[in-house]
Design a binder for this molecule. Structure first.
Ligand code: DPP
Ligand code: ZN
Length: 866
């Protein structure tokens, strides 16, 4: 199949002003009547061409006249009508089968309800339409259904509801804001409602409703609270008010994405909406807060201003992630949030950049846009905006955002138009900066420093180089903002002067291949703390002396770099051991330093929990190509064991002392204490024995919330044996009727590093509670195994790879979007030990040779094999 290219963009030949949709909802045969008011936008005489897939066309009429079969051409993906006027009304009627739709795109059934997912190109499976984001129309939606589907929801405002002459219920919705069809949504079914309201800054009252499975409305309370905080925050931080009188969220079990920002009617994967202390972990609460905010923030960055074409996806996604990260930082503490965001960025985006699927934040070609809902578009897209803000300053950044909202409200636009707003308000030339959007790959930045004691001068030289990525051999130098400060040998902040001004910290911008700055007034030998707060998405190396990291770990005023120093020491120790050259003295020294950090009364538990977590096996694999997963696993275990032995007293004391007696609260401080307590238990579990097993069992049995229950179960999993088996049984007996909790049960077993884990995982695919058609369950077991259990996924005989390939092939038959997301763990074959890489590649080839693959899977597999 031919790729779609950014350079081929042409404005739409026709625009749609009004759409009237009329749904006659029946699970196996839904009728959709569409009335489009169309207007020619391009050259006269061009035929009308509409997108559509899997539609049974019943009728087509132009200006009220039914067309005969020969007057239009219907192909597998299009409907073409020649000789249409410059302005006219098109009426079509189609039949679709939501019950048979397991791709979960377009209109489908979940838990007996009708629901939709239209981004990116699902609307074309509902009706004939110009399915592209630059066609913005006002939608009116009427739907009719039997009494089994009492709630009938769509975008905008409810205009009318009642019963038709046939006695069936109907509802009519109107959305006054023109929107692209990917923001269309419809939900019909039996749902409970949690209602609240919000008064905007200008005094307008907005009704808020969260719809959930019957009996579940108490579990929507946290999402509702997060929604109200998001609404207030967007007013305060960005001056953005909500625009309709009603805002609705619906939770569904079967969903390809996490959530979707449909205008006025967000649809959420229930895993990112429902929470109570007994069934949700602190991590669930944290994600719910951030995703509720993310989807809400899309109302301005995505909906009111949308993308001209799908190459501009980062225009809404990178920006909205940037906004939700800023919100979470305000809610939960900046440093801890930043560390978590960077961990995720490195785990997913840096890995992507090193593999065959590396692509720029704004790609220039694709086969299926579904494959580009990636960490690069989302997380790196957010990093680029973060850098922009650092470069031009917070004030100019806010002005640029204001200008963007003012200039582009109601339009579909581009990344160029967005950046132009910031160039304009700051008076800066941002053309070099724009390369961050067009160039794939993670820049390698090198810092060299030279301190002259006699003059107190510190010369810092920064250089950069970006390795080649597929299709982009030659890389340009990018502007890289590097925030830095100095520490003395004791870890205290060391002041300096720059251009005659005293400072504790400065922002150096690396421009071109090399940039040099001289700091003066540096009175003692400095430790350079660079790239503070991870001020740019780059890999930094420096000529720091080995001891410098310990100075940073003990006292860097920048908490991100304090954490980073610990991670780097741990990484180097593990990789040295994995490479056959263990540094036992270094390991002892690290354990010693970790002990001091854990006992530091001044730092928060949430931070200490992050400090105590060693780099993951996946991160270590990315850092050491060609990776040897078994050696990495063993070396990491060895360092864990050393920490468990050396820090036994400290860890036990933390575990005992952080016990929370009172009522559960999901707030950040309480969550931080639970995180550290569970991390301490996990660390102790590195040394198996009757005592720690009893401790873990006690922890599990005494747990009064899901965070602690999972903490106990996790420790028991690491310890293995009968205690684990019986806890698993106990857990299942208690939670078998709670799908979201059972997802955790499956995911935990998928992470089990014990030698027979794959057999167990394979057996679990035949478990009565397993259903590959439910993306949450599939991901819990299969994606978790492939991405979070490297020791077993990379089994020497290739059995882990074979298992994954079988799953991809099976799922691709009914859900291509979700099948394609499983390809990545195999795609990175070049980064592994050659014999393993060859086995991974062989599985990719087996997939590629299978008949009737989806374009989604074809695109990823063929790029991985290129
Ligand atoms: N547009 C959706 C989101 O990121 C797709 N998952 O919010
Ligand atoms: Zn989004």
């Amino acid at each position: 199949p031919a790729p779609i290219r950014l350079t081929d963009y042409r404005p739409p030949a026709f625009l749609v002003d009004e759409v009237h949709l009329d749904f006659d909802l029946k699970p196996e045969a839904t009728r959709v009547k569409a009335r489009l008011t169309l207007r020619r936008n391009g050259e006269t005489g061009a035929p009308l061409r509409l997108d559509g897939e899997r539609l049974k066309t019943l009728s087509v009429a132009v200006d009220g006249r039914a067309l005969a079969a020969g007057e239009f051409t219907e192909e597998a993906h299009s409907l073409t009508i020649p000789g249409v006027p410059d302005a006219f009304v098109l009426e079509t009627e189609v039949e679709i089968n939501p019950a048979a739709n397991k791709a979960l795109e377009g209109l489908y059934m979940s838990g007996g309800r009708f629901c939709t997912q239209c981004e990116a190109e699902g609307f074309r499976t509902i009706t004939w339409y110009p399915d592209r984001p630059d066609v913005l129309a006002r939608f009116t939606v009427r739907m009719t259904a039997d009494d089994s589907w009492p709630r009938l929801l769509s975008n905008g405002n409810l205009v009318e509801t009642g019963r038709g002459t046939d006695g069936r219920r109907y509802a009519v919705w109107n959305d006054p804001f023109p929107k692209p069809c990917y923001l269309f949504a419809l939900v019909a079914g039996e749902l409970d409602e949690l209602a609240d309201s919000f008064v905007t800054a200008s005094g307008r009252k907005v009704e808020l409703k969260v719809f959930v499975d019957p009996g579940m409305s108490a579990r929507a309370a946290y999402a509702m609270d997060a929604l109200k905080r998001s609404m207030r925050w967007d007013e305060e931080a960005f001056g953005r008010e909500y625009d309709l009188d009603l805002f609705m969220i619906v939770a569904v079990r079967d969903f390809n994405f996490g959530a979707m920002e449909n205008k006025g009617l967000n649809i959420f994967n229930s895993s990112l909406l429902l929470a109570d202390p007994e069934t949700a972990t602190d991590l669930d609460y944290e994600r719910i807060e951030s995703v509720v905010a993310h989807e809400y923030f899309h109302n301005w960055t995505g909906n009111r201003i949308t993308c001209r074409d799908w190459f501009q996806l980062c225009l809404k996604e990178g920006l909205t992630v940037f906004r939700d990260q800023a919100f979470s930082a305000d809610m939960r503490g900046e440093a801890v949030q930043r560390i978590k965001d960077v961990k995720a960025l490195r785990a997913r985006q840096f890995a992507e950049d090193q593999g065959p699927l590396a692509h720029p934040v704004r790609p220039s070609s694709y086969l299926k846009i579904d494959n580009f809902y990636t960490a690069t578009i989302y997380e790196k897209g957010a990093e680029v905006i973060r850098m922009l803000k650092a470069l031009i300053g917070a004030q100019a950044f806010r002005k640029g955002m204001d200008l963007y909202f003012e200039r582009w409200d109601g339009h579909a636009t581009t990344v160029e138009a967005f950046i132009a707003c910031f160039a304009e308000v700051s008076g800066r030339d941002l053309s070099a900066f724009f390369a961050w959007y067009e160039q794939a790959g993670t820049p390698r930045v090198r810092l060299a420093s030279r301190w002259t004691p006699e003059t107190g001068e510190l010369e810092i030289t920064l250089t950069q180089r970006t390795p080649a990525t597929p299709g982009q051999a030659d890389k340009r130098a990018l502007p890289v903002p590097v925030r830095l400060g100095l520490l003395d040998a004791e870890g205290r902040t060391l002041a300096f002067e720059l251009d005659g001004e005293a400072a504790d910290e400065t922002l150096v911008v690396l421009e071109g291949e090399e940039t040099r700055v001289t700091l003066t007034g540096v009175t003692s030998r400095p430790v350079v703390s660079a790239l503070r707060g991870f001020s740019a998405p780059v890999e930094l190396s420096s000529d720091a002396r080995p001891g410098d990291r310990y100075v940073q770990l003990a006292g860097d005023a920048d908490l991100f770099n304090r954490w980073e120093a610990g991670q780097e020491v741990a990484r180097d120790l593990i990789l040295a051991r994995a490479g056959g050259a263990p540094d036992e003295v270094g390991e002892e020294r690290f354990a010693e330093a970790m002990g001091r950090a854990l006992n530091d009364q001044a730092s928060e538990p949430a931070f200490k929990a992050l400090l105590l977590a060693l780099p993951t096996e996946s991160d270590l694999a990315v850092a050491s190509p060609p990776a040897d997963p078994a050696a990495i696993h063993a070396a990491r275990q060895a360092l864990r064991l050393r920490l468990a032995v050396h820090l036994e007293d400290t860890l036990k004391r933390l575990h005992l002392g952080l016990q929370d007696g009172g009522e559960f609260s999901p707030d950040a401080a309480s969550a931080g204490r639970r995180a550290l307590r569970n991390a301490a238990l996990e660390a102790l579990a590195a040394r198996p024995g009757a005592e720690v097993t009893a401790l873990a069992e006690g922890h599990y049995r005494a747990a009064s919330n899901m965070t602690d229950a999972m903490g106990g179960l996790n420790a028991l999993m690491l310890l293995g044996g009968g205690a684990f088996t019986s806890a698993l049984e106990d857990f299942r007996a208690r939670w078998k009727d709670e799908p979201l909790v059972m997802d955790k049960w499956f995911a935990l077993q998928a992470r089990d590093p014990s030698p027979d884990a794959l057999d167990k995982v394979a057996a679990l695919t035949a478990h009565p509670d397993f259903d590959a058609r439910v993306p949450n369950r599939l991901r819990a077991l299969v994606a978790t195994f492939a991405s979070a259990n490297p020791a077993r996924f990379h089994a020497e005989d290739g059995s882990g790879y074979r298992f994954l390939a079988d799953q991809i092939l099976a799922v691709d038959r009914f859900n291509p979007m979700t099948a394609a997301r499983l390809v990545e763990p195999l795609g990175s074959w070049r980064r592994y030990r050659p014999d393993l890489g060859a086995r991974m590649k062989a599985e990719l080839e087996r997939i590629a040779a299978a008949p009737d693959l989806s374009r989604n899977v074809v695109e990823l597999v063929s790029r991985a094999l290129e």
